[in-house]
Write a protein that binds this ligand. Structure first.
Ligand code: MSP
Length: 647
């Protein structure tokens, strides 16, 4: 069976899970990461016409939750009720479309836990005994003396407590061989491969029977026939995946969706999911999940995220600072799924500025702007195609293959890299074919083909964006007047789908550029306390008369071409149409790439004395605001003929 087949399950529903999150903590970027990834996969699969079931939820029992509640002076249930709304709100603002939300304190879940206990017991896999060893409460994990590192928890490094208590055990040792066989014969069962190898060596080292109860506290599901004990929170929690799929409550749903197609977890909890969980299922005679994928961890500005450092990044703050879609994009694009990554404001701003505002935003702006300027805002059908058109069209076939394969392997960043390569190709197509020249020479057939193809490439890019940035994709499709209801990605991504004859207006910018300043920079600047000084703009400027202003001849122009001036960091040589052709050398190279400039409508000082810069005569000046690294060009918000005088 190929990887693709494992994931496809055409006859089945496609069940995707996230871990269920502890309610002693509020949502942070780590929780958001798993949940966004699961949502992206779910949206992609829906777009491929699959019947998807996506669940997330909360893990509400255990000593850790009980302790947190005690510290707050409230009951564990009250704590859970309070925190669960925070998770639900976070998923709403991140535009997560989960089909269910499971809480382990729900009655439907207790029934499943009891049934599974009964099945495992009936199979001879649960027996009573005495547990003596160590326990890490924050991780809710048992450890042997040998496993401790300097007497602390080997995973989180925190204090462990010694326990000696009556306990029930699960015969995990019995499943060592079946587990090894399953992992070895199903190459896609544990991914990435590095995690699979880690688990294989853990299992090969030998599996000891697992304590599956805890004594001495109340907050959990009671052990049948022995209510002094509660069921180990990890056994309780892992079974949520069955409850949510309708086990014991909705046979139809369960038979359609079980087993899970993909279970996404963080690397820290892979052992629970790839060893204990399949062993429990084997014991109860239930099919195993098809795939467990463990992603990496985020650091924040290079540091481990922790409450004590005070650097915990919440989904709310991300969405407030960057917006939902940019946050989703960053999380999926910045780091290959499976590896660790670092979140920094600079990295986030760079992604927004260069990928979203420049590459994607410019494409939409140029595509719509050119139809407005050169075709009276009505998209005409394409006619004959030349090599440039064909190159662009063929890229869509490559994109479909590359993107689909990457998405099925949960290589989200590869899918996005491919999409951005296509967006780059579409921008290059405009630079290369220069539709404004066809507009000038009146080559209408050629012009219409170029305009249609640019719009078409933008529409196709939007289709591929749907799983990642649903709102942005919709905004683009609306701006292109392309209805997308009731279609799937295979159809959406086929060349020629854009409907001609529709009205198109200039799309507003998709993303605002961010100032590339980190908080650290800002803090440093604050500490430096500069002497009170007026910003140059606020300094007194002498008043001038209207006649003096009139001496400046400002004209409307369109940038025809742009190239970097050899040997200069910031100078760009522009050919500008201001009713006549002018060469202008502008110091905008730190804020704009040459390829994003052609087609831009700008304001030019036309009667400036010519000046020579790097051996090139500059015949005018364009207007821009800001410091050299964050310049914004003055542009026009309506169509105006080149050379029109600005008064
Ligand atoms: N309740 C258990 C899971 C039970 S599933 C049957 C649990 N909960 S958790 O709230 O502590 O963590 C949930 C997820 O968040 C884990 O997958 C973990 O890897 C992830 N992350 C927590 N911090 C993270 C980062 N800094 N970066 C990325 N993900 C991280 O474990």
């Amino acid at each position: 069976m190929t990887e693709e087949h494992i994931l496809k399950q055409k006859d089945k529903g496609f069940y995707i899970t996230t871990p269920i999150y502890y309610v002693n903590d509020v949502p942070h970027i780590g929780h958001a990461y798993t949940t966004v990834a699961a949502d992206v996969l779910a949206r992609y699969k829906r777009l491929c016409g699959e019947k998807v079931f996506l669940i997330t939820g909360t893990d509400e029992h255990g000593k850790k939750i009980q302790r947190s509640a005690e510290e707050r002076g409230i009951s564990p249930k009250a704590l859970a009720d309070e925190v669960v709304t925070k998770f639900k709100d976070a998923w709403k603002i991140l535009n997560i479309k989960n089909d269910d939300f499971i809480r382990t304190t729900e009655e439907r879940h207790a029934r499943v836990v009891y049934e599974m206990w009964a099945r495992m017991k009936a199979n001879g896999d649960i027996y009573p005994g005495l547990y003596e060893g160590w326990y890490c409460i924050p991780d809710e994990s048992y450890w042997t003396e040998k496993e401790l590192v300097n007497g602390k928890c080997p995973v989180c490094g925190r204090e462990v407590e010694r326990i000696k208590e009556e306990s029930y055990f699960f015969r995990l040792s019995k499943y060592q061989q079946p587990l090894l066989e399953h992992i070895e014969s199903n190459s896609g069962f544990i991914l990435p491969v590095s995690r699979k190898n880690e688990i294989l060596s853990f299992v090969r080292d030998g599996l000891k029977d697992l304590s599956i109860t805890r004594a001495g506290f109340e907050w959990g599901i009671k052990v049948p026939d022995n209510p002094k004990l509660v069921i180990y929170v990890w056994l309780d929690a892992l079974l949520n995946y069955l409850t949510a799929a309708g086990f014991l409550s909705d046979e139809g749903k369960f038979s359609s969706f079980w087993p899970p197609a993909v279970q996404i977890v963080g690397k820290d909890i892979i052992k629970f999911h790839a060893v204990y969980w399949p062993a429990f299922l084997m014991s109860a005679g239930l099919p195993l999940p098809k795939r467990i994928f463990a992603h990496g961890w985020w650091t924040i500005e290079g540091m481990k995220m922790s409450k004590s450092i005070g650097n915990v990044v919440s989904p709310e703050s991300l969405v407030k600072d960057y917006g939902t879609d940019a946050t989703r994009y960053f999380l999926m694009r910045e780091v290959p799924f499976g590896l660790d990554g670092n979140f920094s404001q600079i990295a986030m701003n760079t992604r927004i500025n260069s990928d979203l505002a420049n590459d994607l935003g410019n494409l939409l702006s140029r595509a719509t702007g050119m139809v407005v300027r050169f075709a009276k805002g009505v998209l005409q059908a394409a006619s004959e195609q030349d090599d440039a058109d064909r190159t662009l069209m063929q890229k869509t076939e490559w994109l479909y293959r590359t993107y689909s394969q990457a998405m099925n392997n949960l290589e989200f960043h590869t899918a996005l890299t491919a999409l951005w390569e296509f967006i780059g190709e579409a921008n290059r197509y405009v630079d290369l074919t220069k539709p404004w020249q066809d507009a000038k020479t009146g080559n209408t057939a050629r012009l219409n083909t170029r305009l249609y193809n640019t719009i078409e490439a933008t529409r196709i890019a939007a289709a591929y964006l749907l799983p990642f940035m649903p709102d942005t994709a919709e905004t683009i499709l609306n701006a292109l007047s392309q209805d997308i209801k009731g279609r799937d990605l295979e159809k959406l991504s086929q060349w020629g789908g854009a409907i001609a004859g529709v009205k198109i207006t200039q799309a507003p910018p998709l993303f605002e550029k961010k100032l590339e300043k980190s908080k650290t920079d800002a803090a440093r600047a604050e500490r430096a306390v500069p002497p009170p000084q007026k910003h140059p703009e606020q300094q007194a400027v002498p008043l001038i008369s209207i006649d003096e202003f009139k001496k400046t001849e400002l004209k409307v122009g369109t940038i025809i071409s742009a190239q970097k001036v050899e040997g200069s960091q910031k100078l760009i040589k522009l050919e500008v149409d201001i009713g006549e052709k002018r060469t202008i050398v502008a110091g905008i190279g730190k804020s704009y790439k040459p390829e994003e400039l052609p087609g831009k409508r700008i304001v030019v000082v036309a009667n400036l004395q010519p000046a020579e810069l790097f051996g090139i005569q500059s015949q005018g000046m364009l207007l821009a605001a800001g410091d050299p690294e964050h310049l914004a060009l003055l542009t026009l918000d309506r169509d105006t003929t080149n050379g029109t005088r600005i008064k």
